[in-house]
Design a protein around this ligand. Structure first.
Ligand code: ING
Length: 312
């Protein structure tokens, strides 16, 4: 069976605060149709793909906070996306805000799912690395309140066999942490799917604007190469109620090379026919983990949280 799979990053332009989920789903269905016409079998949508990036706002009413979350997936408003994908035999990654009260305790997660071509949810991931801050910071140029609205993900970094390949997921800030990719790399991941909402500005410090896009791609390219895996990174981009977010959606080969990249900050499909065996030589040589890694020297990576420099 061919180990090629045509994959599409389905970048979304801005979703304004007043724009409903229905509009976002309709836009995603149009991108799905375009992906289908181009022969793609897997489509990656962004993080929090159903609504505006609401963690930029201070919201104090619990019901208003919960209004940004999905209680079930698929829901009535997202079912059409599931139906269209199933009809076309296309699998997809979808990022959304998940409200979970299965065992009586209510939890709020920044989540993503992988849906197989038969329409079944084969995997769920809950964002582990929550950036920003918990409380409103009056001195900040803008707020980034993911630590306020989301619980830390409790599912780790699993991988699944989907389409006959080993697929993993992460979300936005996770892509900046080497641990994210390595945990999946140690499970033999062949393609990491991720969505992101990344502001152009910085709340607390100024840095040249070009570094935003450089760091975005650097993080994913390094993760791809150092674990010999494909990475598909899909942005929600453009100006949401005046707040700019970067585009740069891309598909990255296990060599670390960007093979396809978005040109706009709008709804845009970025596709590539991925050879899933491309990373094999790296897993058998440079990144043959079994042969080269020395875990006896890595202990503090998992036992220590912050950095402790030597005494002055
Ligand atoms: N957004 C940003 C991201 O990691 C960020 C937050 C931007 C953190 C720049 C650090 C530097 O891309 C989300 N949603 O994680």
């Amino acid at each position: 069976m061919t180990r090629h799979i045509k994959v599409a990053a389905a970048q979304l332009g801005p979703i304004q605060k007043a724009e409903g989920r229905q509009s976002a789903v309709s836009r995603m269905i149009e991108l799905l149709k375009e992906a289908d016409a181009g022969g793609a079998k897997l489509v990656v949508f962004p993080e929090l793909a159903l609504t505006t990036f609401f963690p930029r706002y201070l919201i104090e009413d619990p019901d208003e906070i919960d209004s940004w979350f999905e209680r079930e997936m698929p829901s009535a408003v997202t079912q059409p996306l599931f139906d269209q994908a199933k009809q076309r035999g296309i699998g997809f990654y979808l990022g959304y805000a998940e409200l979970d009260n299965k065992n009586g305790e209510t939890k709020h997660y920044n989540s993503s799912i992988i849906v197989a071509p038969d329409g079944n949810i084969v995997g769920k991931y809950r964002k582990v690395h929550l950036p920003g801050h918990k409380d409103y910071e009056p001195d900040y140029k803008y707020q980034h309140l993911e630590k306020r609205y989301f619980d830390v993900g409790n599912l780790g970094f699993p991988v699944w066999r989907v389409f006959g390949r080993v697929m993993g997921m992460c979300i936005c800030n996770d892509r900046r942490w080497a641990e994210t990719y390595r945990v999946m790399g140690l499970q033999g991941v062949e393609m990491v799917l991720l969505g992101y909402n990344t502001p152009w500005g910085n709340a607390t410090h100024d840095e040249p604007m070009h570094l935003k896009m450089f760091h975005n791609h650097l993080s994913m390219q390094a993760g791809a190469y150092q674990n010999a895996t494909w990475v598909v990174g899909t942005a929600k981009a453009g100006y949401e109620d005046g707040n700019g977010m970067i585009g740069g959606s891309c598909i990255i080969a296990p060599t670390g090379e960007i093979v396809a990249q978005a040109l706009t900050e709008e709804d845009e499909l970025v596709s590539y026919d991925c050879d899933m065996d491309l990373g094999k030589y790296l897993k058998q040589t440079t990144y043959d983990f079994e042969r080269h890694r020395r875990i006896e020297h890595y202990g503090i990576i998992a036992s220590q949280t912050g950095a402790t420099p030597p005494p002055e």
